[in-house]
Design a protein around this ligand. Structure first.
Ligand SMILES: Nc1ncnc2c1ncn2[C@@H]1O[C@H](COP(=O)(O)OS(=O)(=O)O)[C@@H](OP(=O)(O)O)[C@H]1O
Ligand SMILES: Nc1ncnc2c1ncn2[C@@H]1O[C@H](COP(=O)(O)OP(=O)(O)O)[C@@H](O)[C@H]1O
Length: 184
């Protein structure tokens, strides 16, 4: 079933450091929304980089193109009636603003999935921070490449300070009709 026009943001754009919890929260949120009967698509950075964006590395230009492609796909999916969850580090404010610019006011919600660097380094679910500290992965976000935190995200979730269920509940509230009352 297509998303009703007043059902809150069509796109939830999760941004944050590697290990902050974007993949974990996007999958849990998708389960929660599907349990409500919604059709949901998840665009995760790791998955996109295995296919559509397999030609891109991690230079600023490559990341900008990665974000641009994800935003355009999200636009198409939202137009097809899906709720779309994007989970990308998307470290640059400018590129996130360009992504937002593809949507009408109220259609796009930026969710800053935050955890302090010390916490994500301690989690290090893929061992990437350890490798980056050893100099094996250049331009690693948070180590030797920048992360520009959102200044006015619709939601900021500190995953060092809440459970996955609590975080999902907050995002589900954002997806209530009242939160999207100004959506066209
Ligand atoms: N140099 C460097 N910096 C950051 N991340 C790196 C890098 N090299 C590989 N990886 C892995 O790629 C995943 C991030 O891809 P994204 O597409 O989300 O990045 S970006 O939005 O284009 O910046 C990221 O996945 P997540 O941990 O899920 O964020 C890493 O597994
Ligand atoms: N509150 C929380 N929210 C999300 N992830 C959490 C939380 N607490 C601990 N974690 C753990 O942190 C790690 C986050 O990894 P992942 O979801 O792959 O992050 P990202 O996609 O941002 O790189 C997982 O191992 C997850 O179990």
């Amino acid at each position: 079933m297509s998303l009703p026009l007043n059902a809150g943001p069509r796109v939830l754009w999760l941004t944050g450091l590697s290990g902050a919890g974007k993949t974990t929260l996007s999958e849990a949120l998708a389960r929660g929304l599907r349990a409500r009967g919604e059709a949901v698509a998840v665009l995760d950075g790791d998955a996109l980089r295995r296919g559509l964006c397999a030609d891109l590395g991690f230079s600023p230009e490559a990341r900008a193109e990665n974000i641009r492609r994800a935003a355009e796909v999200a636009r198409l999916m939202a137009d097809a009636g899906l709720r779309v969850i994007v989970a990308l580090i998307s470290p640059y404010r400018h590129e996130r603003a360009l992504a937002r610019g593809l949507f009408r006011p109220g259609e796009f919600a930026e969710v800053h999935v935050h955890a302090p660097l010390a916490v994500v380094e301690a989690r290090d679910p893929k061992g990437l921070y350890a490798r980056a500290r050893r100099g094996e992965i250049p331009q690693f976000t948070g180590i030797d490449a920048p992360y520009e935190a959102p200044e006015q995200p619709e939601l900021r979730i500190d995953t060092a300070d809440c459970t996955v269920d609590e975080a999902v509940d907050r995002m589900l509230v954002l997806c209530q009709p009242a939160a999207g009352a100004d959506a066209a």
